[in-house]
Design a protein around this ligand. Structure first.
Ligand code: ADP
Ligand code: MG
Length: 330
């Protein structure tokens, strides 16, 4: 059974950045306003995430890493209205089948925290009292130690590290009000650092550099025709003066990080047509639409989201447009 679990886990956790994304989303779901990440060897040796969220109660520790155990969903109807990023209760469980996982956590009003490790979906021993501050720290060590072929596929830790930075960067500009930091283990310098008091443009500047931030144009759109669905979009796009080597498109739909390569291509084409020199844009777009138009439940990694095209796309009213969630394989 461990082997079957390991195979299933490999589907959910495809690479270090997908583990990081799940951990980050858990911290955000726990209401954290400060999240810091430390990475060793592109996340293959260590991903450590510390948050100041609500913590995990002692009673929940034994089942924390059991598959399909989640504190976030109670009924099927909840799926339509779910406001948390996680809802499957699969991520932590999966990690324990392909890595060593240790949790240190403390809830509000406790005088000490608990530390406990997990393997293959279960606790290793009892939670032990330890010094802590309110919040949760999770360490994922030796990812894919028991999936040799997968481990070998990641030849370039710096490539994996940049994928991790990419996921954090995107959340850092979406979740203003939350401070993010990320660095390599042993480095004093952070590679990402945002403040909880930053405005969105401050966050974009901190993450993507002053060049892009200087040239940003705010974009908003909405469609509140009552006969139609309610659709709102806002974001920033780089102006004509900005020119980068590659397009950066940060897309959130209903607060979920997604990817849409067809939209990205279309925008590149428009840019190339309008601007004299080949210019690649930076875009940050956040779309809010009724949840019934978005199916977040088609794949365990939530990498793909199904968008109903009845949002004003004329001739393919009932067809759906697949959008991919960022963080997995691209
Ligand atoms: P899901 O997010 O789909 O519920 P996960 O496997 O990602 O499932 O997490 C399992 C449970 O562990 C969550 O439902 C939550 O109760 C708890 N949890 C995980 N990470 C944290 C965290 N950083 N702070 C507080 N609770 C957490
Ligand atoms: Mg989760």
């Amino acid at each position: 059974e461990a082997v079957v679990n390991r195979i299933a886990a490999g589907e959910v956790i495809q690479r270090p950045a997908s583990a990081l994304k799940e951990l980050l989303e858990n911290s955000l779901d726990a209401g954290a306003t400060s999240i810091s990440v430390v990475v060793k060897e592109g996340g293959l040796k260590l991903i450590q995430i510390s948050d100041n969220g609500h913590g995990i109660s002692y009673e929940d520790l034994p089942i924390l890493c059991e598959r399909h155990t989640t504190s976030k969903i109670n009924s099927y109807e909840d799926l339509q209205t779910i406001t948390t990023l996680g809802f499957r209760g699969e991520a932590l469980a999966s990690m324990t089948f392909v890595a060593h996982l240790t949790v240190i956590t403390m809830t509000e009003g406790q005088i000490h925290g608990y530390r406990v490790s997990y393997k293959d979906g279960a606790m290793e021993g009892e939670p032990r009292p330890c010094a802590a501050i309110k919040g949760t720290q999770i360490m994922v060590e030796n990812l894919f130690y028991n999936v040799i072929a997968r481990k070998k596929a990641f030849k370039n830790p710096s490539e994996e590290y940049s994928r991790i930075l990419d996921v954090i960067s995107r959340y850092a500009i979406q979740k203003i009000g939350v401070s993010f930091s990320c660095k390599k283990h042993g480095d004093s310098r952070t590679d990402i650092h945002t403040d909880s008091t930053s405005s969105r443009t401050d966050a974009i500047r901190a993450v993507y550099g002053p060049g892009v931030a200087r040239e940003l144009v705010s974009v908003t759109a909405s469609d509140d025709d009552p006969s139609h669905s309610i659709f709102k979009m806002d974001g920033y796009i780089s102006s004509a003066n900005y020119s980068a080597k590659k397009t950066t498109m940060v897309l959130f739909i209903n607060d979920r990080l997604v990817e849409c390569s067809s939209l990205k291509k279309a925008i590149e084409v428009v840019y190339a047509a309008i601007l004299p020199k080949a210019s690649k844009p930076f875009l940050y777009i956040s779309i809010a639409m009724p949840p019934e138009h978005v199916d977040i439940n088609i794949h365990p990694t939530k990498r793909e989201t199904l968008l109903s095209r009845s949002l004003g796309v004329p001739d393919e009213a009932e067809e759906s447009m697949p959008v991919q969630t960022q963080g997995g394989r691209n």
